[in-house]
Design a protein around this ligand. Structure first.
Ligand code: MTE
Ligand code: MO
Length: 408
């Protein structure tokens, strides 16, 4: 199929044109080893991933789930969004994989094989919600650059591994420790081996929480390759960018970790509200920590039709960073009145919470269902797009879906 230089052969191109019923006009500009999308169904390029995921970018892979695909109580691996900053490692040999703990605030430098990690430390399983800080970016105006996530850069899988704190304590945490940083085995998109695609972390207090995991398993199976196989950090409730994938090194720092995408405007927002479109001085930014309260309507799918006189069962999830969700309300009249949904408790701290409700409609016609969650401090999701910020983070506006009620 490919010629020596990695380009599609002439004969292949001409049979593709026949199949498409159209010439691939700029075929000579296709980068090496790149197939036209028409010949590239999602399941073929992303082994183990659901074909209905939405591809925002394929170099690096950035893929989100449409909300109705997230209806499961626990997100299956094939429906989990992918946010890659670089190129994942290939040909991972789990027998050769090691995790090293070091850094200026580590009392020793220690390395563990996967087998040692599994044998030496107690195993723990938690359901943990992970949302990309940029989820909802597409809603901001003026637009913010970056992947135009809509609603689906969020998941809540059941992760198994060892507590980060057990491993950090085994290596020894210095009294000067303030932060941890991670390094993964993925490589920079430029091919420059001296550059990291991303190296973020969390304050030592977050690192030492019971639910902060070094995980090797998702929903009882190996972690999908794109989600960090064979080992990753998982910090529920915080921007998912803290949860380092393909984890090979953790540094215990005596200052705020200053790795790639910790500084400047990356995963940082202005400390005060700003006029949309303004240029904000870099020193006025702060690092995003716990994510704001948010919810999703996962059933029905937007666009559903229902006969008048029938009740509609509406379902979804809600989450609130380090906090709990205390209330979930629904509106069918653009926010004029609200109905309270049944809201379940989380199975464990930092897991998303399920909710459901039965709605009835007064007459035929077009409606929207709006969902609004409130956290345990009384803070609710805004109905309009919240504070604009230069990189388009933290859009937790109410999720809306459309439904049509037809004659019975
Ligand atoms: N090594 C590494 N870890 C990473 C990333 C990455 O590109 N490389 N992306 C981060 C970002 S920005 C997000 S939102 C989450 C996404 O996790 P997921 O792809 O498993 O859904 O992984 C984080 N961990
Ligand atoms: Mo992210």
């Amino acid at each position: 199929m490919w010629n020596r230089r990695g380009f599609l052969k002439k004969s292949v191109l001409s049979s593709m044109a026949t199949l498409l019923g159209a010439e691939i006009v700029f075929a000579k500009n296709l980068p090496p080893k790149t197939l036209p999308l028409a010949f590239q169904p999602a399941e073929d390029i992303l082994p183990g991933k659901h074909p209905d995921l939405i591809i925002l970018n394929n170099r690096p892979w950035n893929v989100e789930a449409p909300p109705h695909l997230l209806n499961d109580a626990v997100t299956p691996g094939d429906k989990m969004f992918i946010r890659n900053n670089g190129i994942p490692p290939e040909g991972v040999d789990i027998n050769q994989w090691t995790l090293t703990i070091e850094g200026e605030a580590a009392l020793s430098s220690k390395s563990y094989t996967l087998k040692e990690l599994k044998e030496k430390f107690e195993h723990h399983t938690y359901q943990l919600s992970l949302e990309c800080g940029g989820n909802g970016r597409a809603g901001f105006y003026p637009p913010a650059s970056g992947n135009q996530w809509t609603e689906g850069a969020v998941s809540c899988g059941e992760w198994t591994g060892v507590r980060l704190k057990d491993v950090l304590m085994d290596a020894g945490i210095g009294e000067n420790a303030v932060y941890i940083g991670y390094y993964g085995k993925d490589t920079h998109i430029s091919g420059d081996a001296s550059k990291n695609p991303i190296s973020r972390g969390v304050p030592i207090e977050k690192a030492l929480e019971d639910e902060s995991l070094i995980a090797w398993s998702l929903n009882g199976e190996d972690i999908p390759i794109m989600n960090g196989y064979p080992l990753r950090l998982v910090f529920g409730g915080w921007p998912a960018s803290c949860s380092g994938k393909w984890l090979e090194k953790i540094v215990i720092r005596d200052k705020v970790h200053d790795g790639e995408k910790m500084t400047g405007t990356s995963y940082r927002v202005p400390k005060y509200p700003v006029q949309p479109g303004t240029k904000v001085p870099e020193e006025d930014f702060e690092i995003i920590e716990s994510m704001p309260v948010k919810s999703l309507i996962t059933s029905p799918k937007s666009g559903a039709m229902l006969a008048l006189g029938k009740n509609l069962e509406v379902k979804g999830h809600a989450w609130a960073g380090d906090l709990e969700v205390s209330k979930l309300q629904l509106s069918i009249d653009f926010g004029a009145t609200w109905h309270e949904a049944n809201l379940e408790s989380p199975v464990n701290r930092l897991a998303w919470q399920h909710w459901n409700a039965e709605l009835s409609f007064p007459k035929e016609g077009y409606y929207e269902i709006w969902a609004k969650a409130t956290d345990s401090k009384g803070v609710s999701q805004p109905m309009v797009i919240p504070g604009w910020n230069p990189k388009g983070y933290l859009n937790n506006a109410c999720h809306r879906i459309a439904v049509k009620i037809t004659a019975s």
